[in-house]
Structures are given as C-alpha cells and as structure tokens.
Design a binder for this molecule. Structure first.
Ligand code: PEP
Length: 249
C-alpha cells in the first residue's frame, strides 16, 4: 500500500517568524493524522526554523528547488548538503514556475533528481501540461516527455524514494482543478510509464496531484486509484485549511 503524501508548497510566502507561527498552530491540528506523510516546503530562509519545530513529529521539510552541483561559483544557488544540514528531507524539482520563469529543462530536473537522491533527499519531481497543450490533445506527449527526461537513467532501486507530482499548469493558482477523472487519467498514464521504466517498483511511487487543491476537493481526488496525495500551494498557507486537507478522510 502506498502511504499518501500531502505536501504544502509555500512558494515565496512567509518569513521565518511567520513560518514558525504556522508550524506552532498547525502541529496540534494534525497530531491525530494517521497514514499520511506531511511535507512542508517553505522558502530556503525558513527551512531551518521549520525543521527544528517539526522535529519528532514525522513531518518532512522540502526545499522548493536545489542546485545539482555539490558546490561552486553559482551565485544565488543552494546545494543538497546545505539543505540537508538545514534539516530538509525532500526537495521539489522542476516545478512549473521554475520551468516557466527560470527556463528549467527536463535535463536540469534530471540532474537535480540525481543530486537529491545521492544526498539522501527525496525528490518531488513536478510535471504538467499548459492549457494549449491540453486543448491540442498533447497532454500525454508533454508529461510523457517530462517523466522520461526527469527520470532518465535512474534505477528501479531508487523508485520508492521518488515522488512524482502531476500539476496541470492551467490548474495552478487559478482555482480551476482538474476533475478527479482528468487527474486519474494522467496519473494512470504516468504509472504506466513508470512501469515501463522500473517494472513492479513503479507500484511504490507516490504520484501526487497539484493544482488548486482545497479542503472541499481533496477527498474526491484521493478516491482515485493512482492519486497518492497532493502538492498544495495556496491552500497550504493557512494552518487550518492545510490541516483540513491533511485530515480529509
Ligand atoms: C503548486 O504551487 O504546486 C500548486 C499546486 O499551487 P495551487 O495549489 O495554489 O494551485
């Protein structure tokens, strides 16, 4: 059985003090949550504070990006070792905002996934089609290319540590959620591609849905066979709404 993962991507919101206030309010709201892995992805500057406060709770902490080199003259970048030291357990890779605004490619995502795995961080590899892709019937071409590129030459032995997030770009921050059937269709397609890559090990990969997930739509999404959790942006910024999503069942 795949334990669901519910991850909150805070994007460029919350100072360290605001992040700490969130965690203090959030912990009691989810203390009874069972059979779910919770991950918080604050900005880099709050990873240390969040990691200290969630210690012992089982909650994971993700960065929203990472560099693939161990160190070097890469102004503004952060390495896997720096993230580990700060307390990160996961890192988001290839988020659509990184692809759109910072020209991140599948090749860069692949190098980041490898760097994360080598450092003992669990990568959350994001992918998803833009609206014109969907309207042109190219959704499977796009996500097929993204999953193959992002996971190129990664062995089946690493499958269980990798989390995939399907996030249709037209649903991110727009209030337009993919219907559960639309999401399941793409998740099943991705599971098929993972099986071609890794055989039976693909059954252990959690595939999260992301795109305007809210307390009132999480249950319908999670009722689908290949939807193993959610990557939540806007609705993860409030402790109350994120706790409702985590404890949806
Ligand atoms: C995201 O940033 O990954 C996301 C899914 O955002 P939102 O939930 O706000 O659509």
């Amino acid at each position: 059985m795949r334990v669901p993962v519910i991850a909150g991507n805070w994007k460029m919101y919350k100072t360290a003090a605001e992040a700490a206030a969130f965690v203090r309010a959030f912990l009691p709201l989810v203390s009874g949550a069972r059979e779910v892995e919770i991950v918080l992805a604050p900005p880099y500057t709050s990873i240390g504070a969040v990691a200290r406060l969630v210690q012992g709770s089982g909650i994971g902490v993700a960065s929203q990006n990472v560099h693939f080199e161990d160190e070097g003259a890469f102004t503004g970048e952060v390495s896997t070792a720096m993230l580990k030291e700060a307390g990160a357990t996961h890192c988001i890779v290839g988020h659509s905002e990184r692809r759109q605004y910072y020209a991140e490619t599948d090749d860069a995502a692949n190098r980041k996934v490898r760097a994360a795995l080598a450092a003992g961080l669990s990568p959350i590899l994001c992918m998803g089609e833009m609206l014109p892709d969907r309207e042109a019937g190219k959704t499977f071409d796009v996500v097929g290319r993204q999953v193959a590129g992002g996971l190129k030459e990664i062995p089946a032995a690493d499958a269980a540590r990798i989390i995939v997030a399907y996030e249709p770009v037209w649903a991110i921050g727009t209030g337009k959620t993919a219907t559960p059937a639309q999401a399941q269709e793409v998740h099943a397609f991705l599971r098929g591609r993972l099986k071609e890559l890794w055989g039976g090990a693909a059954d252990s990969v959690r595939i999260l849905y992301g795109g305007s997930v809210k307390p009132d739509n999480i249950a319908a999404l999670m009722a689908n066979e290949d939807i193993d959790g959610a990557l939540v942006g806007g609705a993860s910024l409030s402790p109350e709404s994120f706790a409702k999503i985590v404890t949806f069942h």
